[in-house]
Design a protein around this ligand. Structure first.
Ligand code: ZN
Length: 276
């Protein structure tokens, strides 16, 4: 296997994975979506709410605010696996409080930045996510409990968004059949082709989405797009809570754990069968 890093930003990544199968890429994708844990507000205790939105509406909005944290430094337990028995303690729960009151003259928007975390390093990914607008003489006081969860339980715990892969494209122009009509340059919405001088060239092969629209529009045989099935372009965005490489490493570890569990269970089953 070979991995080539094409792009890496705090919230997104693009890789080329070589000598792998699509099934393997899909396993990493599905584990990242469903099994990699993230920290999100789950329970909200409403102490005072005279805002225009009712309690459940605000609790729902709070649950959709991604939290930034270092999952390895925090070493949180899943709440249902914690020694506290799921009641909630500092080993499985992070508390965030919010208190905002307006006077008789002014109104104010309550933002995610108004949440105050009890644990250092845990905070909303952005301070500017609006929660509710308070009119004059209104108040919102809350205590929120954030806990680890996984995407298969509720999509709010998915640490990634727009995660996908595609077979590696290899667009080529047959110079003998190309009439330089430039239709491919005009119709390819991802800008794979470019006019260089009087001819057309493949300028951005990695942008090709394998839609084959250029082939349909152009002279027959002038453009060919082959797929390399043992090579995939793998890309995704995160919700901002964890960095992309951290998510991929976690997904790899979870896959190894699952394979280990499978091996152990198989060995146990076979040894029991031998005893019979
Ligand atoms: Zn606990």
């Amino acid at each position: 296997m070979d991995i080539e890093l094409i792009e890496l930003f705090p919230n997104s990544i693009k890789l080329i994975l070589s000598d792998i199968t699509l099934a393997f890429a899909n396993a990493i994708r599905r584990i990242s979506l469903a099994d990699v844990p993230s920290l999100i507000i789950e329970d909200v205790y409403v102490l005072r709410n005279t805002s225009p939105l009712f309690d459940e509406f605000i609790a729902h909005r709070l649950g959709l605010i991604p939290l930034k944290y270092d999952i390895d430094a925090l070493e949180l337990n899943f709440r249902d696996e914690c020694d506290c028995g799921g009641i909630g303690c500092n080993l499985c729960t992070v508390t965030l409080t919010l208190s905002k009151v307006t006077d008789g003259q002014t109104s104010a928007v309550v933002y995610s930045g108004d949440l105050v975390s009890s644990t250092e390093g845990v905070e909303p990914i952005k301070a500017s996510i609006p929660i509710v607008k308070l009119g004059p003489n209104q108040a919102l006081e809350l205590e929120c409990m954030a806990q680890l969860g996984v995407g298969k339980e509720h999509s709010k715990w998915q640490p990634v968004a727009a995660m996908g892969y595609q077979e590696f494209p290899n667009p080529k122009i047959n110079k003998e059949k190309c009439t330089n009509c430039l239709v491919c340059v005009d119709t390819c919405y991802t800008g794979v082709f470019q006019k260089v001088g009087d001819s057309v060239q493949v300028a951005n092969p990695l942008s090709c989405t394998l839609c084959n629209f250029c082939i349909d529009q152009c002279e027959p045989g002038a453009i060919s797009i082959q797929k390399e099935s043992s090579k995939v372009i793998f890309s995704f965005e995160t919700t901002g809570g964890m960095e992309p490489p951290t998510i991929l490493k976690k997904a790899g570890n979870i896959l190894l754990t699952k394979i280990d569990e499978f091996k152990k269970t198989l060995e146990t089953t076979l040894s029991e069968k031998e005893k019979d």
